[in-house]
Write a protein that binds this ligand. Sequence first.
Ligand SMILES: [Zn+2]
Length: 373
Amino acid sequence: MPSSIELTQELVRFNTINPPGAERPCAARLADLLEGAGFAVELVPFGEGRAQILARLGGTETKLPLGFTGHIDTVPLGAQPWSVDPFAADIADGKLYGRGSSDMKSGVAAFVTACIAHADRLANTPGVLLVITAGEETGCTGADALVSEHRQLGKVGALVVAEPTGNKPLVGHKGALWLEAETKGVTAHGSMPEKGINAVYKAARAVAALQEFDFNVARHDMLGGATLNVGTIHGGININSVPDRATIGIDIRTIPAQSHAQIREQMTSYLGPDVALKTLLDAKSIWTDPHHPWIGEVLQVARDVEGVDNGLGAAPYFTDASALTPALGSPPTVIIGPGELALAHQTDEYCLVSRIERATEIYSLLILGWCRA
Ligand SMILES: [Zn+2]
């Protein structure tokens, strides 16, 4: 069995840039390791060359298993040249370099290693359920597919999401609602605009209105306020025609007090009948009461292992928990992983080797705490 560092290196060496993802070989390697350790493993196909994993070990009638989740796809390399080989997983000065090293192959390697290390002792205990996804970076498409195909995911008693947090426990994250607003017009020759209806003018009015939009919701203590950003605008085909179609991409980040269905309704009436809305992505916010006893335990373990008290936090980004937490029975959910958030999606991405070792230790202690009869 490789160490968590060696396993991170192995995983980084699989090119799983999404799109297209091509996670299958990487997933198959993890499935082999887990199967070899006695896990019941399902390698779930997810389109051409892609796969996800459900792996279970242990289980009792009286207590639900502890869940771990992470994704094995990565974002593209970006436009900037790298100073290291992004797929070599070389270690220098205590840093393991490569695409996906922080986000989040180190996290997956750490919980897989921790679970395998305890595999012999998990029979007749609540045990663990591992959900290793593909397609996270393009809007949780893998997790959504697992949930919507009504696969027998089962329930967990608590869920660990190993996304990059520098091993600091986060008790929630914002949700995301991505909308496409479309306006329609009537095309005409650009020299006779009075004969047409300009869809770009309608879109421009919508954009100006969106800049003034107020969610009218109180700020969340830890997550802050809801936000809205117009990320894209497209309209018109050529300069000498009246455009008959325009689209606007709206990125809304929400807090737990908000319902996405209500926001959509609110948006529809706010923008009026000239604007048609389509939902591109609907990822719920996640929140666990910081006073929940298991959160207390995670905080204690993280503090003991890291040797500093970083307290609890919350994340602005969303994770697969948006789909998985509700599907797994809405258990308390914590986001904690060895990667550094600041390095996720960056050129020359790396993860600190010491963080990977400590994350493995944190996950080990959480498994022991959960499965102690
Ligand atoms: Zn991630």
